[in-house]
Design a protein around this ligand. Structure first.
Ligand SMILES: *Cc1c(COP(=O)(O)O)cnc(C)c1O
Length: 431
């Protein structure tokens, strides 16, 4: 598509945004540029590229044509100005915080997060001198009180993994706005088809593209997408973006690049020096997945609703935590923020407790027992004994991963088959 294209709809953008027939061969599908380096036209061209005076390809740790198509596509689908892809969702989270944080700084984060993110934030980032302050995001007053002079961002998930919880993004965004810090939203579980955090006040979106975006359980990846709306120069909180950058002869990113400052910093400093680059093959696989994102998400959501409604009326089940059910305390919020559906990831509690959960997982036949979500295949996991095992009982409870809770990621199979499989496994687990 040309740059002056009209505002296309989501289904058109998920197929075309960022891509054009290959200029060298006319190849219609985006080729996999499986190369590391690019020939400079001459010495002046090389110098201009290294000075960031001209945009172009230098070395695939920084930019690669296949990965660039994915970046443009994700920016278009989220309604942002630019994106930086990374080797995984966890890498994207570090890459997102990197331009903002220094030793002694903190980020205020929701207690309801992917288990691996809770571990990354509560332990690993301390090695950089960064701190995460965990707060219940249903209490915006507490979020505001947790923000102090050294807070550089607020972080949450739109639909939170694993509990079928939806964050009240407009209220949290209002806190971020008042405090002068960006709101970063992990939109992995919702995808931009179900929720567009920038429309609700978020400034930055991160993704694990490993999940619904690639969609088939084939490619690890992550992305950081910038709305371009945060004013990095409004305070002296963000010197990496507003003050002279010593590694580029005193260049000021925000002054020079305006709304693209954060994205260009992600490539020119983040990927250059941290090196968590997405592989071109993985970008290609993820682009293939995104071509059918809306179709898959509609079916994921429809199947999830069928299965959740069936589980909710089953006497062996204690409760179902899915924001797509009318009984959920988050139902109305989900209707507002995710009008096309509350995702396909939810948890349910079994009357038989921990032991019954373990038996259920072993008895299921169509559902695969894996530490993943967002696959075409239906997946199951007992979070307390696996992904959330490293957490304290209080953290498990707060994250929606109590010992009697099983998490399902509903795939694209026939919903009748999924229900029959759950029925037979529930019988074995509770007899
Ligand atoms: C999987 C996941 C991550 C981590 O992504 P990886 O690609 O596995 O590194 C982060 N956030 C959420 C919500 C996830 O589901």
């Amino acid at each position: 598509m040309s740059d002056d294209a009209p505002a296309y709809g989501f289904d058109t953008l998920q197929i075309h945004a960022g891509a054009r027939p290959d200029p060298a061969t006319g190849a219609r599908q985006t080729p996999i540029y499986q190369n590391t380096a690019y020939v400079f036209r001459d010495a002046d061209h090389a110098a201009a590229l290294f000075n960031l005076q001209e945009v172009g390809f230098i070395y695939s740790r920084l930019t690669n044509p296949t990965v660039s198509v994915l970046q443009e596509r994700l920016a278009a689908l989220e309604g942002g100005v630019g994106a930086t892809c990374a080797s995984s969702g966890h890498a994207a989270q570090i890459l997102a915080l990197f331009p903002l944080m220094g030793p002694g700084d903190n980020v205020v984060v929701s207690t309801r997060l992917y288990g691996g993110t809770i571990t990354q934030f509560s332990h690993t980032i301390k090695r950089f001198g960064w701190e995460a302050k965990f707060v219940d995001f249903d209490k915006p007053g507490q979020v505001a009180r947790a923000v102090n002079k050294r807070t550089k961002a607020i972080f949450c998930e739109s639909i939170a993994n694993p509990g079928g919880y939806v964050t009240d993004l407009p209220r949290i965004a209002a806190v971020a706005e008042r405090k002068g810090v960006p709101l970063i939203v992990d939109n992995t579980v919702a995808t931009p088809y179900l929720c567009r955090p920038f429309e609700h006040g978020a400034h930055i979106v991160v993704h694990s593209t490993t999940k619904y975006l690639s969609g088939n359980g084939t490619a690890m990846g992550g992305a950081v997408i910038d709305s371009g709306k945060f004013d990095w120069s409004a305070s002296d909180k963000f010197p990496s973006l507003s003050a002279p950058e010593p590694a580029y002869h005193g260049l000021k990113f925000h002054e020079t690049f305006g709304p693209l400052a954060y994205t260009l910093h992600g490539h020119a400093v983040g990927l250059r020096d941290l090196g968590m680059t997405m592989a071109p093959m993985n970008a290609f696989l993820t682009l293939l997945g995104i071509e059918t994102l809306s179709l898959r998400m509609e079916r994921h959501v429809a199947n999830a609703r069928r299965v959740a409604e069936w589980l909710e009326q089953d006497p062996r089940v204690e409760s179902v935590t899915y924001a797509g059910l009318k009984s959920s305390p988050h139902y109305r919020r989900a209707r507002k923020l995710c009008p096309k559906g509350a995702g396909a990831l939810f948890a349910f509690a079994l009357k038989g407790g921990y032991d019954a959960c373990v038996k259920l997982v072993d008895a299921l036949q169509i559902f695969s027992h894996v530490a993943n979500l967002g696959d075409t295949r239906s997946l199951v996991i007992h979070s307390a004994s696996t992904t959330h095992r490293q957490l304290t009982p209080e953290q498990q409870e707060a994250a929606g991963a109590a010992p009697n809770v099983v998490r399902l990621s509903i795939g694209l199979e026939d919903p009748e088959d999924l229900i029959r499989d759950l029925d037979q496994a529930l019988t074995k687990a509770t007899s």
